[in-house]
Ligand binder design. Structure first.
Ligand code: M6R
Length: 617
């Protein structure tokens, strides 16, 4: 949530900040602003709306400089107004600050600062912090041996903060110092030649450098034009590890596609291939994962797995439950991370905890991971966020290697999580009762996925036609059974997120117990049914909808025999093994919601009220 870009170097900072903000806009797009360290103090420009507004305003109203900070906001405290937009400059004009996170004790801070003569012009928690830094700065008299007076003031102010922050700060008396700090909100340093970029994620720096330092919680960084220094909470110098980002600028660009979401839907064959790369045994009968940090013997002792996460990744957990219980015969439970972290759930000592998260930064998932670790459980992560907080704090895990996902609606990250779930089911199954030949069959099925997804994507034009036909409906039901139930949930979430249509996902048979009351000519149902033992049961559920004049879109596998009169529209996916059907069935749902949203004129990549990575509670 919210994007930060700060820069110190030799270039005019304005274009660099604006370009970074455009790349971070998927993190928040209510309003944006920048502060440049200019000749006569800070030159601040702030605007509500998209970053494009800020680009225009900056061209008219800003001064140049080589040090600056900027922010794109997803509102938490205070409405979407210019005065609530970051940067926030302290009322004495000394400190400019941008902030991600939530300062929980800002009301007390504010009261205290008012008694000290500081004034406030916004409703934000952030302004309290900029004034608090200014307060400590005024109290501090001189520079210390290895830290500036400015640095000490920031450190002292942060010691009073309850809550979370990722910040970039400048002080009007320090033209050669940019300070960053993090606790709970991600912050990285892009290391260039004679220049440093502070940002909330790598997409903001990728065009300038691929060398990056991921800051840890409670660390502060001070940057000049020639050097940077990281300091821990204990005030000790930290030897920073400079990592290399392994993706290119083009990976984070739309190219010829109208939206990132569409590009990412079409990138799925490659993302799925990457999830498998180098991860099958030489005899192709099982999967191998280098990073679990658990021996096969330890894994055999696991008698229960608890999966936890949020949103789309939670749907991936539900699919993992079906796959692991079926193929590895290990009991699995799935919990929302936001609930698990505050529940005192009894966990058995042989329980393994897994979180799934695209970004690796979702605060609730991180909270659940930390809580599990605090209780002494082994907690692993499946994540696309290389170097993310969760990747670094988990006891081990599996990287998705799906490449950057910019569209707010998750697509390729979800199917890549399903692929990893299937591979994990295979791996755990082969450590137990799955035979060699069944293992070989499953590997064959998994390897066929990229090609089958490519085949499914060829129905793009047909799905678009169906989408246009249904774009004006206000309510939808998504129905599936077994592993197709979480797929139905995901279909409903995609539609809600990007087209603002009310949609609910249900197990198809459960519909009779309530949701059937919604069925009418005005509420279409999307059924997902693949060939198998319960296909006939799903057909019965479809009959029940038809009997009530409901319209039916059916996504079914090729060899299913579907009575034509039962469906209004059908989308056919290839026949395939059950283990990979959730992946194949997801693809048409993504396209359907995408084209419905486009037909309704919605901003697909930046849906209202949402942000890509939810780093506040
Ligand atoms: O980065 P994460 O996978 O942890 O994110 C979890 C959810 O916030 C995310 O899946 C969200 O539901 C997406 N907008 C879904 O499209």
């Amino acid at each position: 949530m919210c994007g930060i870009v700060g820069y110190i170097g030799k270039q005019d900072v304005r274009n660099l900040l604006l370009e970074g903000l455009k790349r971070l806009e998927y993190r928040g797009y209510d309003s944006s602003g920048l502060a440049v360290f200019a000749q006569d103090g800070f030159s601040v420009v702030r605007c509500t709306g998209r970053v494009s507004n800020l680009v225009e305003a900056t061209a008219k109203n800003s001064e140049e400089g080589t040090l600056g900070i900027s922010h794109t906001r997803w509102a938490t405290h205070g409405g979407v107004t210019e005065s609530n937009t970051h940067p926030h400059v302290s009322s004495d004009g000394k400190i400019a600050l941008v902030h991600n996170g939530v300062i929980e004790n800002y009301v007390e801070m504010r009261k205290f600062l008012e008694t000290k003569g500081f004034t406030f012009s916004s409703e934000t928690d952030t302004e309290a912090l900029s004034n608090l830094i200014a307060y400590h700065y005024a109290k501090e008299q001189t520079d210390a041996k290895d830290a500036s007076r400015f640095f000490i003031a920031v450190k002292k102010a942060l010691s009073h903060v309850e809550g979370t922050y990722g910040i970039a700060v400048t002080c009007v008396d320090y033209p050669d110092e940019l300070i960053g700090a993090r606790k709970g909100s991600p912050l990285i340093v892009g290391v260039g030649q004679g220049e440093y970029i502070l940002a909330s994620d790598v997409s903001a720096i990728i065009t300038h450098t691929s060398n990056v330092v991921y800051l840890n919680d409670d660390e502060m960084v001070s940057m000049s034009r020639d050097d940077f220094r990281v300091v821990s909470a204990a005030d000790e110098g930290v030897d920073p590890i400079i990592d290399t980002i392994d993706w290119d600028v083009e990976d984070a660009e739309k190219g010829e596609f109208a939206h990132y979401m569409l590009k990412e839907i079409f990138e799925q064959p490659a993302a799925l291939e990457n999830a498998m790369r180098g991860r099958f045994s030489d005899d192709s009968s099982t999967a191998i994962f280098g990073g679990l940090n658990l021996t096969p013997r330890e894994l055999r002792q696991v008698d229960r797995i608890l999966f936890t996460s949020c949103g789309t990744a939670w749907h991936a957990c539900l699919v993992a439950e079906y796959l692991i219980e079926r193929y590895a015969r290990i009991p699995v439970e799935v919990e929302y991370a936001s609930e698990l972290r505050y529940r005192n759930a009894p966990l058995d000592k042989n329980t393994l905890v897994f979180v799934i998260t695209q970004s690796g930064e979702t605060i609730d998932t991180l909270g659940a991971l930390r809580e599990a670790k605090r209780k002494g459980y082994r907690a692993l992560a499946i994540t696309n966020g290389v170097g993310s907080t969760i990747a670094r704090e988990a006891d081990g895990g599996i990287y998705q290697h799906a490449g950057p996902e910019i569209g707010v609606a998750s697509t390729k990250a979800f199917t890549s999580q399903l692929m990893i779930a299937a591979m994990l089911a295979l791996y755990l199954g082969r450590l137990r009762d799955m035979s060699y030949t069944d293992g070989v069959e499953m590997v064959k099925a998994l390897r066929s996925v990229p090609e089958l997804v490519t085949e499914t994507l060829k129905q793009d034009a047909q799905i678009k036609e169906i989408a246009v036909k249904y774009a004006e409906y206000a309510d939808f039901l998504f129905l599936g059974r077994q592993a197709m139930f979480p797929v139905a949930l995901e279909g409903a979430l995609k539609l809600k997120e990007i087209s603002y249509i009310h949609a609910e996902g249900y197990p198809a048979a459960e519909m009779k117990h309530g949701p059937i009351a919604l069925i009418s000519e005005e509420c279409p149902s999307v059924f997902i049914a693949t060939d198998g033992e319960i296909f006939q049961k799903v057909l019965s559920n479809i009959q029940e909808v038809k009997a009530r004049k409901g319209k039916v879109i059916l996504i079914h596998s090729k060899s299913c025999e579907v009575p034509r009169e039962l469906v209004d529209d059908a989308i056919v996916i290839p026949d395939a093994a059950d283990s990979i059907m959730p992946i194949l069935a997801t693809v048409p749902l993504q396209l359907l919601s995408y084209y419905i949203a486009v037909a309704r004129g919605c901003d697909v990549d930046k849906p209202r009220n949402l942000a890509k990575s939810v780093t506040v509670e």
